[in-house]
Design a protein around this ligand. Structure first.
Ligand code: PEP
Ligand code: MG
Length: 547
């Protein structure tokens, strides 16, 4: 047994096979074959398996995220049966006498380039689907099973580091736990692990080779430990701990449907953070009162090109409809810093966290912003959508946003496009926004404090730098005082203020937030019921008297 210590991102016990995640797309080699017929039937068999996998994914998605989102798996099944696509693969195998993997990869490349060059938005968007189905077949042909991580059963994913764009694309049903060698506690990958509510560690110095890959592993998330090839005694102890945690979770289920109200009658909204439409099932399972932060930039990170207005509209509409009248706060894209999209073609920056990110991109490239705003406003006719703008530092920025919103509305009016009347709020995640909070509060409908960035910018600490984790003190008095100031500014102007940064889920501060009068906490879905329990057991007046 080998034991490696890392930093805990999310608690819980995971027991399973370890799979070392290798970056990059699958490398396909061109091999000469002698038996063409055998190769053709290898391809046919793989295609059959792919169609079965897609049917399984369709059925699962239908239950979890509804028909509109499940439809993509049906489309993929149809694409796999497309005559031209199949003919091209068969021709390459026959004429070049090469392996099926190579034939599928080159057909996938050709077809996706062809689609990418088309005029029509819908057809252009199919380029990514062609790549997707081709990669699925290649995975099957090379015996890797049904997922990008190369595991055919749920596994503990061990990697050097994971970019948010990689994490978001992992099939979460196949991931028992994340363990990375690098990565900081405040990175978006860590945040995604919390949203998925799976045990996760960062900063774990373990080798990424055969001494780990394929071995049985146990991750103790809370303790920050991974055991590779555990001995009998450890395995038994961990199984017992896993069972106990499961029982604790089940107990919390009894809090579903209960109000978030303290013993002395103070209410607070308890919402969920999501990065993806796939997270909706856990939001509903954990009884969130709404969505307090939908990080819309993940839609961009998952795409190979700018997501169209229609694509975004369908996603936002789906979220709004699924949440059935509950508030859904969608943050406009926060690309930049660690969330990079190649197709944005951003210039290299020495200090990306302080560079052209989030609202700064939107204000300097209004065509991108307007596409998203149109999608959001249109979708707001289908539910209780609120729009939230990130990285605000001044009233001037808010006024500029309002001008762009007015233009978008005027264009939609002229075109006779219906839209709703969403609330519009801002994130408070820069010290400047805290200081001018009184003025900002007069301009917007709500505040949501992004403590991750607020801590980074207040303490002058790069949240991505794992070496600085010990200095990243989100309990610093400056941060707590700022949160209190923001709540005061909001209440003075008659608007509400919440916290959607990771600190909102810090259970050691729940009472303090109640005492400050915070109106909303938006946390990872798995944190909702534990926090509800604390709220229901708190007497705020008594707590205030004793602090
Ligand atoms: C934050 O900064 O606290 C926040 C919620 O936004 P993100 O973590 O996505 O930067
Ligand atoms: Mg932020």
């Amino acid at each position: 047994m080998e034991i490696y210590n890392g930093k805990s991102v999310f608690g819980g016990i995971a027991i399973g096979r370890i799979s070392v995640y290798k970056k990059g797309e699958q490398q396909v080699k061109r091999n000469r074959i002698t038996d063409v017929d055998a190769e053709l039937s290898r391809f046919e068999d793989a295609k059959k398996t792919a169609i079965e996998q897609l049917q399984g994914l369709y059925d699962k998605a239908l239950k979890e995220v509804g028909e509109a989102n499940a439809a993509i798996f049906e489309v993929h099944q149809m694409m796999l049966d497309d005559g031209d696509y199949n003919e091209s693969i068969a021709n390459i195998i026959k004429s070049q006498e090469v392996n099926a993997e190579y034939a599928v990869a080159s057909t996938g490349d050709n077809f996706s380039q062809m689609f990418a060059a088309m005029e029509d938005d819908y057809m252009r968007a199919r380029a990514a689907d062609i790549k997707d189905i081709s990669e699925r077949i290649i995975s099957i042909l090379s015996g890797k099973g049904d997922n990008a991580i190369g595991a055919d059963e749920p596994a503990i994913i061990v990697a050097d580091d994971l970019a948010p764009s990689e994490t978001v694309q992992l099939d979460k049903d196949m991931v028992l736990s994340f363990v990375t060698v690098h990565g900081s506690l405040n990175s978006h990958t860590a945040i995604l692990a919390r949203t998925m509510a799976i045990p996760a560690l960062v900063g774990t110095p373990l080798p990424l080779d055969e001494s780990v890959d394929g071995k049985l592993g146990v991750v103790d998330g809370a303790a920050g430990v991974i055991y590779v090839d555990p001995d009998e005694k450890t395995l038994e102890a961990m199984k017992k701990k896993q069972q106990e945690e499961l029982q604790k979770k089940e107990l919390l289920q009894s809090l579903k449907g209960k109000e978030n109200i303290t013993l002395d009658g103070q209410k607070i909204m308890l919402y969920a953070n999501i990065g993806n439409i796939k997270d909706l099932a856990t939001v509903l399972q954990n009884d969130a009162g709404g969505i307090g932060l939908f990080r819309s930039e993940f839609i961009y990170l998952e795409s190979e090109d700018y997501p169209t207005e229609e694509e975004q509209f369908l996603i936002y509409k789906q979220v709004a409809e699924t949440m059935a009248g509950r508030r859904v706060i969608i943050r406009t894209l926060d690309i930049g810093a660690d969330k990079q999209c190649d197709y944005f073609e951003m210039e290299h920056e020495e200090n990306p966290a302080m560079g052209c990110r989030a609202i700064r991109i939107c204000l300097t490239r209004p065509e991108i912003f307007k596409t998203q705003l149109r999608a959001l406003f249109r979708a707001s006719a289908y539910g209780n959508i609120a729009i939230m703008y990130p990285m605000i530092t001044s009233v001037k920025e808010v006024k500029k946003i309002k001008e762009i919103v007015a233009e978008v509305k005027a264009e939609m009016d002229a075109a006779g496009i219906p839209y709703g009347n969403p609330e519009q709020g801002i994130m408070i995640e820069t010290p400047a926004a805290v200081i001018v909070g009184n003025e900002l509060a007069k301009e917007v409908d709500f505040f949501s404090i992004g403590t991750n960035d607020l801590t980074q910018y207040t303490l002058a600490i790069d949240r991505q730098n794992t070496k600085l984790d010990e200095f990243y003190d989100s309990h610093h008095p400056a941060i707590l005082r700022m949160i209190s100031m923001v709540v005061e500014s909001a209440h003075k102007a008659g608007i509400w203020a919440g916290i959607c940064g990771e600190l909102g889920a810090d259970q050691t501060l729940t009472k303090e937030f109640l005492a400050m009068g915070v109106d909303e906490l938006s946390v990872s879905p798995g944190s909702i019921l534990p926090i509800r329990k604390i709220i229901m057991e708190t007497d705020v007046a008594k707590y205030k008297a004793g602090r």
